[in-house]
Design a binder for this molecule. Sequence first.
Ligand SMILES: Cc1cc2nc3c(=O)[nH]c(=O)nc-3n(C[C@H](O)[C@H](O)[C@H](O)COP(=O)(O)O)c2cc1C
Length: 192
Amino acid sequence: MDNLMELLETRRTYRRFEQREIPGEVLDEILTAARFASSAANRQPLSYIVIREKDKVAEVFSHTRWAGALPPELGQPKENERPVLFIAVVENLDINADCDTDAGLAISNMTLAAWNRGVGSCIIGACNKEKLSGMFGLTERQKLHTVVAFGYPSHVSRIVDAEDPAQVKYYLDEKKDYCVPKRKLEDIVRYL
Ligand SMILES: Cc1cc2nc3c(=O)[nH]c(=O)nc-3n(C[C@H](O)[C@H](O)[C@H](O)COP(=O)(O)O)c2cc1C
């Protein structure tokens, strides 16, 4: 995609995916994008675990919850709609225990680099971190920040203007595509 604003607008959250693998070179780009992210004092407390074997992806998936705003039958990916890759973001508490912004920047870079290659993503905060930390073999000084799911989307997701700034719940249209209301600039910006 040549246009950054178009990339930003269409890099939405995707929750249904085609069942085809992501090539190694695309995965490398996603991870490199995380490596390129800014980090407070350049301390770089984050590391990444890649889960792409089918059985392990299924195990991670079983510890995740999708689309809290929708009933599960609409929001939870079905067996043939699941992501094909997860990347877990892990904090090293000995380097910097307060690295939420670092993590956000790295996740943003990863999801944008993925979308630049047509790969959609869903950031998953609602996951069983205890179970996943056990599965990943994290130590006491490592903390699971987030897992991010990836795959080629099988639906569209688009931004719609939130006419009423109080109504920002995402919803599905008649084609089951996601509509994501974003508050208008005039509702979120104030010039001093
Ligand atoms: C920190 C964070 C945690 C999230 N956790 C989940 C989650 O657990 N499950 C899910 O389906 N979506 C999750 N999302 C995706 C949000 O629901 C999504 O970003 C929001 O609805 C806006 O849609 P958009 O990303 O297309 O703008 C998360 C997003 C962020 C930024």
